[in-house]
Design a protein around this ligand. Structure first.
Ligand code: NDP
Length: 292
């Protein structure tokens, strides 16, 4: 039994834990993987105020240490289901926790392209995280699919490791200007616009890809960076208003289900950044404190 359970230890969840603990509210934070969320997939963060440049892993570790030192109860487990009776019941693989409030902060999972050959070649040339797998492609040619901040951040990271990096953009780039300018200054990055992948080829490992214009591109690695979607199956059975797969909240971060809050990338909103995720966490915590 605790006052509040936070599901997910990314910047949103960890900041909510920080604010709740400092307000004297009992809080458990549950994380199935390593704390940090998407930050762990980012090699360099330059838009989190207070740090001109910091590795994503270091920022995640700083946040984790801060809540751990404060005495937040951190549980490594997976949430299978959330049920609401008088209180919430959060079912883990090994335990159950009942709580007055639940904060959902589980972020998004990488979206797949859904193209022929993709499933069979995952981890055999196809990856969804350049920081995790880039080193396997040292000195080789690779491609990235996507035109957002993630795709160009990954392209810049890979350009320091790989021989050549192709960025495959289905329409136009939507990444920030600062990233676009940096990419322009790199000799070993080529942006190909208005192309899509038609098929991934190779029997044992990826050898090449066929593009929508019929051309073949010889690459050893392909990184998919086309954004993500929340995976909220553990909330099935609860009556929560959603939009396009994201949880709708009011400006206190509370969903249509009384006592259940949503923060960070699982929330339907306009700006998906580390700083806005952290801000969502602070707002939810302060709102809960006001209601206690
Ligand atoms: P975005 O949703 O911003 O961009 C997704 C990209 O993938 C778009 O170019 C989109 O094309 C393309 N895409 C989507 N589906 C397909 C498909 N089936 N085939 C080909 N291309 C496809 O996702 P990001 O992960 O880049 O960014 C998510 C959020 O995180 C953003 O708010 C971003 O600003 C933030 N972020 C910030 C960073 C930073 O500040 N350093 C680093 C990384 C992320 P189209 O435009 O045609 O839809």
């Amino acid at each position: 039994m605790t006052k509040c359970v936070i599901i997910g230890a990314g910047p949103a969840g960890m900041n909510a834990a920080l604010y709740l603990k400092r307000a004297g509210i009992d809080v458990d934070i549950i994380e199935k993987d390593v704390p940090g969320g998407e930050m762990l997939k980012t090699d360099k963060i330059e838009n989190y105020l207070g740090f001109s440049s910091i590795a994503g892993g270091d920022l995640a570790l700083n946040m984790f240490r801060q809540i751990k030192d404060l005495g937040v109860n951190i549980i490594k487990d997976e949430v299978l289901k959330v049920v609401k009776n008088d209180k919430f019941e959060v079912q883990l693989t090994t335990d159950k926790i009942s709580a007055d409030y639940v904060i959902v902060a589980t972020g998004r999972v990488a979206r797949k392209l859904g193209v022929l050959g993709e499933e069979a070649l995952v981890n055999r040339g196809i990856s969804y995280c350049a920081v995790c797998d880039g080193a396997f492609y040292k000195g080789l040619d690779v491609a990235i699919v996507g035109g957002g901040d993630s795709a160009l951040t990954e392209a810049l990271y890979l350009s320091d490791i790989c021989n050549h990096v192709y960025v495959l953009v289905r329409k136009e780039l939507r990444a920030s200007h600062i990233l676009q300018n940096r990419v322009k200054n790199k000799d070993n990055i080529t942006i190909l616009k208005k192309v899509q992948v038609s098929s991934f080829n190779g029997s044992d490992r990826l050898t090449d890809i066929t593009l929508s214009d019929g051309k073949n591109l010889l690459v050893n690695g392909l990184f998919v960076a086309i954004g993500g979607m929340p995976d909220l199956r553990f909330l099935n059975g609860l009556d929560i208003d959603m939009k396009d797969g994201y949880i709708l909240t009011d400006d206190k971060m509370e969903s249509s289900l009384n006592g259940l809050y949503a923060i960070g990338d699982v929330r339907y909103k306009n700006v998906y950044q580390i700083i806005t995720a952290a801000s969502d966490g602070a707002i939810a915590a302060v709102s809960i404190k006001e209601g206690v």
